[in-house]
Structure formats: C-alpha cells, structure tokens
Write a protein that binds this ligand. Structure first.
Ligand code: SAM
Length: 291
C-alpha cells in the first residue's frame, strides 16, 4: 500500500494539529510556526545535510522543520522548551527513528552531551525573543559546529552580515564575522508563519571559519574593546573606549601606533582595526607588567 507522509509545513495541517492537541501558541516562547514547504525545503537544502550528519535543531515546535531534516536520514537532536509540545512531537514525528527530542532550554542544557563530541550542524527557526543570546552562546562556547542555518528576524540577519560603516554594523556583526562567514540566503515574509510575525524574517547561513577572521592575543580583551566601542555609538572612538574603562593615555598611544583616528566612530572600524587596538592594549599591559 502506498504510504503518504503528511507534510506538517502546511497551513491546514498545522491548524489541524494545533486544534487536535489543544495547543495555544505561546507568544512568550516566540512560537511562530513555519507553514511554507518551500522555505523548509530551502533551509534543509542550504544546510547541505548528508545521511551521516548530526543536526541540532533548536525549538522544533510541532515538528515542521524537524520533519524536513529527518527526511534526509541524518541524526537529528531537537531541543524544545515547551513541555506542551512534547506529545505533539511524539505524534508528528512518529516513525522517524533518527530523531530524538530533548526537553530543555537550549541556553541551559549541555549541548555536547546531547549531540556527542563530533562535528555537527545547527538548523533552526529561532525563537526571536532570544535569538542573539542563542547565537552568541553557540559561537562563544567553541562548539564543533561546521555550519549554522537559522531563521531570524530580517533586521537581525542584516546585523549579523553587516559591513563596517553601515547602520546595522555592531557588536553582533563583529562576533558573527569573527567566528564565521555569514550570508543571507532568503527573505521570508510574515505569511509563511502561523501566527504571522509583525516583521520580515530571513534565513542566514554561517559557515564556521577554520580559525577566527583576525588574530588576537586575548579574545576577552578584543570583545571588551568591541563592546565598549559600540556601547556609546554617538561618541568618538576615544571617548567610547574611555567610557568603557580603558585609560586615555594608553589609548592615545595604541590608536596612534595602529594609525587609527581617535575621532572616528566605533561603527566604522573593521575587524582588523579592532584587533589592532586590542593587541596594542595587550602589548602595553605586558610591557607594564614587566617594568
Ligand atoms: N521549528 C518550528 C517551526 O519552524 O515551525 C518552531 C519554531 S518557533 C519560531 C521557536 C520554537 O522554539 C518554539 O517551539 C518554542 O517553544 C521554542 N523555544 C523557545 N525558547 C526556547 C529555548 N530556550 N530552548 C529551546 N526551545 C525554545
């Protein structure tokens, strides 16, 4: 007998599932479920998933994207915070032996314990209320993530991929570009979700760099400089860094040595220039320690 797999990425199927399980979608948990099969297919294709891959999905919801991922044959670990969705997922993903649902908060669980120690991919339609903390956590934890394909608000995707000097360029752009090569794959309109969010979304692919984009002596110091430079966007670089706790005399020397005008604004600096400042400050600290 021909067996037909129901495709969850469909408005009627999604509404039916929500009704059958009496699910009231939670705005607080960022629940906007995908109902556009072409978007699901686009995300799965962009992630280039092979059968031998391990994929971490964040927030499977009712299993829409999970089903697309499961169909590739890869091992899928999907972490969902909302316990009300666990029964739904057990039903919608029944028969997919390659899928494991983990009940938990992606910001709190031990990811490596769930996915194993080898390289893995991250694929997710992220809950928008914690997009930035999730992305920062995944990047900073230095997990062996080869590739990350995520749906985020369009404005966040623009910030992640922004060039120096643009309005969208900020600390998130520097962090994402320091660890990965990002590119926006597609813009997704509100009608592709239930309920429709108020803004456009975008799918962004981030390919992990073999080594960070710039060489820095002290990563924590580098990110402190970046944070301070963007902390006071209206101030000049020198004043913003001073307000961030870096002593002025040191700064003047470091900026002069790096050939960076202290009157520039933080948002005009490239990753190389941020690295030059951080490495200059690091060298000074070393010299002072030796004296
Ligand atoms: N993947 C589904 C889809 O594309 O239709 C649902 C995506 S929905 C935008 C985000 C999902 O993340 C929701 O199911 C929500 O319950 C879940 N979620 C919210 N916060 C979470 C957290 N801290 N950890 C894990 N999942 C979370």
């Amino acid at each position: 007998m021909l067996s037909l797999k129901p495709v969850i990425a469909n408005k009627d199927v999604t509404l039916h599932i929500l009704k059958r399980f009496g699910i009231r979608m939670s705005k607080k948990l960022g629940q906007n479920f995908l109902v556009d099969p072409s978007v699901v297919a686009g995300i799965v294709k962009a992630a280039g998933i092979q059968e031998q891959d391990v994929v971490l999905e964040i927030g499977p919801g009712i299993g829409t994207l999970t089903q697309g991922l499961a169909e590739t044959g890869a091992k899928v670990v999907a972490v969902e915070l909302d316990r009300h969705l666990l029964d739904v997922l057990a039903h919608t993903l029944e028969g997919y032996e390659n899928v494991r649902i983990v009940h938990g908060d992606i910001l709190k669980i031990d990811i490596l314990q769930e996915v194993g120690c080898g390289p893995f991919k991250v694929v997710a339609n992220l809950p928008y209320y914690i997009t930035t903390p999730i992305i920062m956590e995944l990047l900073e934890a230095r997990l062996p993530i080869d590739y990350m394909v995520t749906m985020v608000q369009k404005e966040v995707a623009e910030r992640m991929a922004a060039e120096p000097g643009s309005k969208a360029y900020g600390a998130l752009s520097v962090a994402v570009q320091y660890y990965t090569k990002p590119h926006v794959l597609m813009i997704v309109p509100p009608r592709s979700f239930i309920p429709a969010p108020a803004v456009d979304s975008a799918v962004i692919c981030c390919e992990r760099r073999e080594k960070p984009a710039v060489e820095v002596e002290d990563e924590a110091l580098f990110f402190r400089v970046v944070k301070a430079a963007f902390g006071q966007r209206r101030k000049t670089l020198a004043n913003a860094l001073k307000a961030g706790g870096f002593p002025q005399e040191q700064l003047q020397l470091v900026l002069a040595k790096a050939g960076i005008d202290a009157m520039r604004r933080g948002e005009t600096l490239s990753l190389d220039e941020f690295a030059a400042i951080a490495n200059g400050l690091f060298a000074q600290k070393r010299t002072e320690e030796k004296l």
